[in-house]
Design a protein around this ligand. Structure first.
Ligand code: SAM
Ligand code: DTB
Ligand code: SF4
Length: 338
């Protein structure tokens, strides 16, 4: 039977001595993954800004003045060009995000066409478009969409302090629809919203106790964007952040954990500790959706120092990933066999 996590035992885990916790997380990680391998995804914002939702962290909400350049839904050529570039630079998954509350039914055939074309390039596909109806989820799955990203962001209690235009329960309902459609779930959250330790733990408990936890879990560190209500939020303690990664690995042993937004402001040592604690996926490329990511140059340097290799096999399909023949592993990652 699947383990059910309680707040009491999660607290106990969090309060363990730092090195005991990291050691436990590494042990779990090594049982389930190659600890020297990392999955890389590249992001593209396919529709930017003017979002009707009021998520306090987000530069794309129409309610905040954030100096953002709005863009309507991108043309097919622009999306495919970005996907090609992502593939060339070594990504094996291409994630497309839209600043929507939900897609309209009339958008679906276009999105299906994009999914099919990006897949033909040999890339796994992921989209994040907001709430979905069951029919829309089924249609995206039929077109071949591998992952759908839909974050629960934080605990249910804290959620309404951050977003008022939708509910936590509506997020969970969309997750159920994604699961039912057959797509893989990518769902995680943000640390640094002003939440308490209990909220962080309850957020992880929510994900871990799902009947089938998400296959991919993005843990974002808040990017404080000027103009958003959270721009002056307090810094997150680095060790607490690493402990959250450790807990995620222990509580959800078999899923990919993505060290997502916030790497740009994170030193190399903190990132390395996160990888040690079980994070094994990143966004690669100089931009996230609208904000800066750690540069490719710095990533290459970090991975070379850590001797980290890019994931070659898709864990989900157990198939060898199609790698661009012109792409040199050595160029991006240090070749461990040399
Ligand atoms: N509009 C869709 C939605 O909200 O589901 C998809 C795009 S939305 C930008 C994707 C995710 O990005 C959010 O769920 C949130 O977790 C994350 N995000 C947005 N702004 C962020 C920020 N400033 N710092 C960290 N993560 C952020
Ligand atoms: C996720 O959890 N993080 C990514 C992805 N899913 C879509 C987005 C991060 C966005 C950071 C702010 C921005 O660049 O707009
Ligand atoms: Fe809109 Fe998504 Fe940003 Fe919320 S997180 S404002 S739904 S783009």
């Amino acid at each position: 039977m699947k383990k059910h996590w309680t707040l009491k035992e999660t607290k106990k885990l969090f309060n363990k001595p730092f090195f005991d916790l990291i050691y436990q997380a590494q042990t779990v990680h090594r049982k389930n993954f190659d600890p020297n391998e990392i999955q890389i995804s590249t992001l593209l914002s396919i529709k930017t800004g003017a979002c009707p939702e009021d998520c306090k962290y987000c530069p794309q909400s129409a309610r905040y003045k954030t100096n953002l350049k709005k863009e309507p839904l991108l043309k097919e050529e622009e999306i495919l060009k970005a996907a090609q570039k992502a593939k060339k630079s070594g990504a094996n998954r291409f994630c497309m995000g839209a600043a929507w509350k939900n897609p309209k039914d009339k958008n679906i055939p276009y999105l299906q066409k994009i999914i099919k074309k990006v897949k033909k390039m040999g890339l796994e596909t992921c989209m994040t478009l907001g709430e979905l109806t069951q029919k829309q989820a089924n249609q995206l799955y039929e077109a071949g969409l591998n992952f759908y990203n839909h974050n629960i962001d934080t605990s249910e209690n804290f959620y309404s302090k951050i977003i008022s235009t939708r509910t936590y329960q509506s997020r969970l309902k969309t997750l159920k629809r994604i699961r039912k459609s057959g797509m893989k779930i990518c769902s995680g959250g943000i640390i640094g919203l002003g939440e308490k330790k209990k909220d962080r733990l309850e957020f992880l408990i929510e994900l871990a106790n799902l009947s089938q936890p998400p296959e991919s879990i993005p843990i974002n560190l808040l990017v404080k964007v000027p103009g958003t209500p959270l721009e002056n939020n307090k810094k997150v303690n680095k060790f607490d952040f690493i402990k959250i990664i450790s807990l995620t690995r222990i509580m959800i042993p078999k899923s990919y954990i993505r060290l997502s937004a916030g790497r740009e402001k994170m030193d190399f040592q903190t990132q390395a500790m996160c990888f040690m604690a079980g994070a094994n996926s990143i966004f690669y490329g100089c931009k996230l959706l609208t904000t800066k990511n750690q540069s490719e140059k710095k990533d290459i340097k970090l991975f070379k120092m850590l001797n980290l290799k890019k994931q070659k096999k898709s864990y989900h399909t157990n198939e060898k990933l199609f790698l661009n023949k012109n792409f040199s592993q050595k160029k991006l990652f240090y070749d461990a066999s040399k």
